[in-house]
Design a protein around this ligand. Structure first.
Ligand code: C2E
Ligand code: MG
Ligand code: MG
Length: 478
């Protein structure tokens, strides 16, 4: 129940603020005091007013302090999906009741929406006090809960923000408690985390990075690096994977790991991808041999016009669609299967083939391999690394199974992250046709890897084949 934009009441009467009380109901707009119907708890706006009032009171009062806790149930979606929404609702009501019982009049409990709750704890002496209350809440939630005839043991992740003079509004405290809750989730759930200076520094860094990224988009500050994909039997280069690099003015060429998280959270990554694809297609148009593959994250398939846009961009660059491959992940196939299938077919009809990237790390639902037009599977580098590591037996079994499956379905295979001749030889013996990895060539800028195409290194072919058999880029696209 969001209020109309810009109408939130921020001003408080001095008396109400001092008392830390809710302002009288009669001057509120109707949506502001309506509790969530399900739990009967106040909503976000109600809570924010209470926190704003506490800030006003506490600012002038030396000793007293208070804390804001942000609570999110762990794996709530699982309950909704398995036991049903009615059971989910029951669980939310009982969760609200238990939190209220623990707080016992020492503050306000609100439901923000979904499985999110937030509370304002008045009179908290220090961080330890807030942490004790969080622990009490977790213990109360951990008691068995009977929902829809089942015994469930809910847990939650809680973020804590303790009031400090720098806070100007309830929004700021709630935002920091929310950030701390995320930390609690990522460090294993069923726990609490306190928002601290380190988190603030990290949040600031991410904000700066996002601003940098926006500037780089305006200045087209991205370039593709290319890594050869070779035929394992003779080391001939059949294509290249285009890998995103951000040409950062201070830090040089940044790999995706350094910024892709921010790019995804801010929704900027799609724009970055489109800028990159344009560079890749121009590069492809200048070359005469081999294919190029681009990485296409699942969110692109949410845009109805993705396929048309890609084909148009290819045409504008004068590049041949049949020399383009898109690397997608299993998530894209699960997300919205019919739509993705439609787009893959449309691209396939124009010659753009699909490769399944990082195969084996996702859900590996085998049925879709048959349903979707997939040209190649890229065996994830973790399995390849395992081939001569501690997990040799397991990796070998997995790689064998993947190759057998691909063979049955007539799908090509590319081993990723091949670093040693031993890995290459083993993959080749097992029947993997293509490979990619530092052994054959590292990703490099177009100025280094472009032009005449990359020649596989002398030791790139499997040992039974003499180095003389190593050939430069083939006309074949593999
Ligand atoms: P990926 O598509 O699985 O790409 C392979 C990654 O493995 C690349 O990392 C590559 O540099 C690295 N690699 C290649 N050979 C070896 C090897 O022998 N040993 C090891 N240890 N690593 C090797 P990179 O370039 O940092 O890219 C990481 C990931 O970022 C990619 O994984 C892909 O998921 C994503 N990515 C790359 N380019 C793009 C892009 O244009 N758009 C988007 N959205 N994501 C991209
Ligand atoms: Mg890839
Ligand atoms: Mg990969």
């Amino acid at each position: 129940m969001a209020p109309p934009a810009g109408t939130r009441v921020r001003a408080h009467s001095a008396a109400a603020a001092r008392d830390g009380l809710f302002a009288p109901l009669w001057w509120r707009r109707p949506w502001e005091h309506v509790p969530y119907p399900l739990t009967g708890l106040p909503n976000r706006i109600h809570l924010l007013e209470r926190i704003d009032a506490a800030i006003a009171t506490t600012a002038g009062d030396g000793g007293a302090s208070f804390a804001v806790l942000f609570l999110d149930l762990d794996r709530f979606k699982l309950v909704n999906d398995s036991v049903g929404h009615a059971a989910g609702d029951e669980m939310l009501v009982e969760t609200g009741r238990r939190i209220v019982r623990v707080i016992a009049g020492r503050g306000m409990v609100a439901r923000l929406g979904g499985d999110e709750f937030a509370l304002m704890l008045s009179t908290v002496a220090d961080v330890a006090g807030a942490e004790r209350t969080a622990a009490d809440i977790l213990a109360a939630l951990g008691e068995p809960m009977w929902v829809a005839g089942r015994e469930l043991f809910p847990s939650a992740s809680i973020g804590i923000a303790l009031w400090q003079p720098r806070y100007r509004s309830g929004d700021e405290l709630l935002r920091d408690a929310d950030a701390a809750m995320y930390r609690a989730k990522s460090s294993g759930r069923n726990r609490s985390e306190v928002f601290g200076e380190q988190m603030r520094a990290e949040a600031t860094r991410l904000l700066d990075l996002e601003a940098d990224l926006r500037r780089a988009i305006l200045g087209d500050g991205f370039e593709p690096w290319f890594q050869p994909i070779v035929r394992l039997s003779d080391g001939a280069v059949v294509g290249h994977e285009a890998l995103l690099r951000w040409s950062h003015e201070l830090h040089g060429a940044l790999p995706p790991a350094d910024f892709i998280g921010v790019g995804e959270d801010s929704g900027l990554i799609e724009q970055v991808d489109w800028l990159l694809y344009r560079h890749v297609f121009r590069w492809l148009a200048r070359r005469t041999e081999g294919y190029v593959s681009i990485n296409v994250p699942p969110r692109h398939f949410h845009s109805d016009d993705f396929a048309e846009r890609l084909l148009r961009l290819l045409e504008d660059a004068g590049a041949d669609p049949s020399r383009l491959r898109i690397e997608i992940t299993e998530v894209a196939l699960l997300d919205d299967a019919p739509r993705t299938l439609r787009m893959l077919r449309q691209l396939g009809e124009c010659g753009v083939l699909a490769m399944l990237d990082d195969f084996g790390t996702g859900f590996s639902t085998l049925s879709y391999l048959q349903r979707f037009p997939i040209k190649s599977l890229k065996i994830d580098q973790s399995f390849v690394a395992g081939l001569d590591g501690d997990t040799h037996a397991e990796s070998l079994a997995l790689v064998r199974a993947i190759l057998a499956l691909a063979g049955t379905l007539g799908i090509d295979t590319v081993g990723e992250g091949i670093e040693s001749a031993q890995q290459r030889d083993l993959l080749c013996q097992l029947g993997c046709t293509y490979g990619q990895g530092y052994l054959f060539g590292r990703p490099a800028a177009a100025s280094t890897s472009g032009g005449a195409g990359v020649v596989a290194e002398a030791d790139a072919a499997p040992s039974p084949i003499p180095p003389a058999a190593v050939r430069p880029a083939l006309g074949s696209v593999g």
